[in-house]
Write a protein that binds this ligand. Sequence first.
Ligand code: HGY
Ligand code: MN
Ligand code: MN
Length: 417
Amino acid sequence: MVTSQARAAAGIDEARLWQRHVAMARLGARSDGGVNRQALSDEDIAARRTLIGWAEARGFACAVDPIGNLFVRRAGTEPGLPPVLTGSHLDSQPTGGKFDGAYGVLAGFEVLEALEDLKLPTRRSIEAVAWTNEEGSRFQPGAMGSAAFVGRMQLPALLDHVDRAGVRLGDALQATLAATPDLARRGLGFDVAAYVEAHIEQGPLLEAERKVIGAVTGIQGSRWFAVEVKGEEAHAGTTPLKIRKDALKAAMSMIGALETLMQDDSDTVRFTVGRFEVSPNSPNTVPGQVFFTIDFRHPDPAVLSRLGDRIEAVCREHARGCAVTVTPTFDAPPIQFARDIVQAVGGAAARLGLPHMDIFSGAFHDAKFIAEIAPTGMIFVPCERGISHNPAENAKPSDLAAGARVLAEVLAELAEK
Ligand code: HGY
Ligand code: MN
Ligand code: MN
C-alpha cells in the first residue's frame, strides 16, 4: 500500500519547481545572474505579490502578520489544530543568489501544490511561510520576522532601525503591508505543531561527500556587533601624526587585534567585518568617523562567550584616543534540532533512495528561532561549490526536487500526528 507520504513525494513536479525559481529570480534580478531583493524593498514586495498570486490561483488562503511574515495555508481536515509550518525567506543579500531562502519558500509551496494536485487530505493544515528580513543585511539583525514571531525580538523596538539610506524599518514595513491591502491579517505568533525548512547548504560538504540530502542537526551560534569610532577630522597636510585622532587608523588597529583574538588553527571560528564605512572619505582629510560591523560565529557556546565578551575591551584598547561605541546587534546561541525530526528527514531520504548525511549548519536560518516553540528541523540540498551570498550561487533542478520530495514526506507525516 502506497502511503500518503510517498504519494505526496511522488507528486513533486521538478519542472514546475524550477520554473517558480526562474520567475522568482526575475524579481530583483542583477545583470550578473544573481538577485538583489533586500528586505521590505520594492523587489521584496514584488516577490510577495507573486507568491500570493500563485497561492490564490490554487485556492490557498494567504495571510500576513504585523512584521510582514507571509503565510500560505492549505487547510487540513481539522483546521482548528495547530498547523505544520514550512518555508524560509524571500529577501536576499545585495549580491545574493537565486536559491538562498527562495528555495525553502518555493519547496514548501511545491508541497502544497503536489498535495492539492493529488487532492490528498491532511489532518493538520500545512502552511508555507516567507519570514520577513531573514538576511539582516538592509536592517540588522537577521531572522527578524521569525524572532518576532516567537517573541525573541519585540516589534516596537525594531521599528526605528534604519538602513544605510536612513529609511526606518517601520516605514518600509508599513509600505510593504500597504502593498497587499486585501490580505487577511493575523496577530504575531500562534501555536505551531512542527516546522521543517528546506535550504541550500551554502557550504561545500554535501557536494564533496556526493550527498543529495543533509539532515540538519543544528545551527552554530552567531554574535553581531556594530562599532562606531569617533576621532577628529583634520588637515592631512598640516596635522602632525602625534596629535591626530585618526578614526581609520584606530579601526584598523582594532580589527588587527580582533583578528589576533580570533586566531584559530582549527578554522572553526568565523570572524567577518562585512561593512566598513569611513567619513568624510576625503583623500586629504584625516578620517573623523568609522563604522564597521562584526559577525562572529562558533558552534561552542563557551567559545562564543569567551571570545565574544572580549570584543568591546579589545576595541577600547586600540582606540588611539578616539571614542568607541560597541553595540551588540544580534546574539543567537547555538541550537540542536529535535532528534525525531532529524531522523524523519534521514528516514524519508532513505526511503526515496537519496544519499544523505547528518550535517550541522554554519549559516543561521529562521528555523533557529522556530525551534524555540515547536519541534523543528531542516533539509539541506547541495549548491555548486558551496557558493552562496554571491550571484554565482547555483543548484541543480534535480537536487531541488529531491529536497522537496523529502520535505513532502516529512510534512505529510507530521500533518497526521
Ligand atoms: O547570515 C546567515 O547565516 C544567513 O544566511 N542570513
Ligand atoms: Mn537563507
Ligand atoms: Mn543568507
